[in-house]
Design a protein around this ligand. Structure first.
Ligand SMILES: [Zn+2]
Length: 399
């Protein structure tokens, strides 16, 4: 009996207690609740009863959010000599990581980086040597050489034919990738063409190689053709895709394949077309793409496709990671459904449902405190994040 009392007393010494006005745990709302945190994890969420609790009654606690599509190592204007730019990338990317945390995003799935800068960042953050969200990273995103190839791969991300594709997938896994990324169509920045690049056999080879290594695979496609093949091949998530046909959408719902539409990233490109020195008229094409992207998202919502929130943030878009949620509400989701895409659903995509995107005993103590009720107005989660905890440590405090 004495022993238990001592253990309980010690546990309380280490534990931190936060008293919130509301807690949305990923499933339901609990009013006037204490979250007890210990050793980076949530011990309990329940009725307020701790005298020593930190007073957070002005705020609603939501799980630290998950951005399922980032490019954390994309930095503009690297002010060092050409040869040193790759090495400078990780250092300069710290700002992107900090701005991401400020949005209440405590986990990202980073889909595409050069020189394994993403793996360096992930490991530095995991070891507490850099401040940033938990990162699940892909290494290089597979690409198909364009034009009539003159032999040779032309870069560590390049592959042609199923065998080479499987080899490049394995290289990413061996380098330490958590997830595989494949660019199966054109389209990026001001280029909104969605011409399929990898064919069905190549996509299937990538899916099979990723799954054989125990990894999930995200397929980038701007157009419907590569999306159709990726869904048929059993990919785990489809990034961006517009104009998907009803049959493909139905198959996505049936196979529980995630849709990560990243509608807002083209809004960012429209807003910053001048700074990015896009060609005249680029914004018309981008706006047209946004319209079709939103229409496709509406169809997917109606068909019951699972979504994950991904910003596709690059350059100066970090800090705007969660604006995508407003597009999801426009696409027909309730605020709560939208919030789930950035919490429980994102966690399911990462296969971390018991640890991420939840505020329940055993989940990581990743918490965002927001002003207002995001279940009534999604903007609370987008622009009213005042305090963020990651693994039990306060990383943002704007109270
Ligand atoms: Zn991307």
């Amino acid at each position: 009996m004495k022993f238990f009392l001592i253990v309980a007393a010690c546990a309380m010494l280490h534990a931190q207690v936060y008293h919130f006005g509301k807690v949305w745990d990923g499933e339901k709302t609990i009013n006037d609740a204490d979250i007890v945190v210990d050793h980076g994890e949530i011990v309990s969420v329940g009725p307020a009863q701790h005298a020593q609790a930190v007073n957070m009654t002005r705020y609603t606690a939501i799980p630290g959010m998950i951005d399922a599509h980032t490019h954390m190592t994309y930095v503009l204007n690297i002010p060092v000599g050409r040869a040193g730019r790759g090495a400078a990338t990780v250092y300069l990317s710290q700002d992107n990581a900090k701005k991401t945390l400020e949005t209440g995003v405590t986990t990202v799935r980073n889909l595409g980086a050069s020189n394994y800068a993403d793996i360096a960042m992930r490991d530095l953050i995991d070891k507490g040597l850099m401040v940033g969200p938990r990162m699940f990273v892909s290494g290089y995103g597979l690409q198909k050489p364009r034009g009539n190839g003159n032999g040779g791969r032309g870069g560590p991300q390049m592959a042609t034919g199923p065998e080479e594709v499987a080899k490049v997938v394995k290289e990413q896994v061996d380098a330490g990738a958590d997830v595989i990324k494949m660019y199966a169509s054109t389209g990026s920045g001001q280029d909104v063409t969605g011409d399929q690049t990898f064919n069905y056999d190549e996509i299937k080879a990538a899916v099979d190689a990723a799954h054989a290594a125990g990894k999930r695979i995200a397929i980038h496609t701007y157009g419907p053709a590569a999306a159709r093949d990726a869904v048929r091949a059993g990919a785990d998530s489809i990034e961006h895709a517009t104009d998907m046909d009803d049959e493909t959408i139905a198959e996505m719902a049936r196979k529980k394949i995630f849709y990560v539409p990243t509608i807002d990233h083209n809004r960012y490109y429209v807003d910053n077309a001048e700074m990015l020195r896009y060609r005249p008229g680029a914004t018309d094409a981008l706006n047209d793409f946004i319209k079709r992207n939103l229409e496709t998202a509406k169809k997917c919502v109606r068909a019951g496709v699972r979504f994950a929130m991904g910003s596709d943030a690059v350059y100066t878009m970090f800090g705007q990671n969660t604006r995508e949620l407003a597009w999801f509400v426009r696409a027909g989701m309730t605020p709560e459904q939208a919030l789930k895409t950035a919490t429980v659903d994102g966690a399911a995509l990462l296969q971390k449902e018991d640890k991420l995107g939840c505020l329940k005993p055993g989940c990581y103590a990743d918490i965002a405190a927001v002003e207002g009720n995001p279940l009534e107005d999604i903007d609370a989660a987008i622009s009213k994040v005042r305090w963020v905890m990651k693994a039990g440590a306060v990383v943002v405090d704007k109270r």
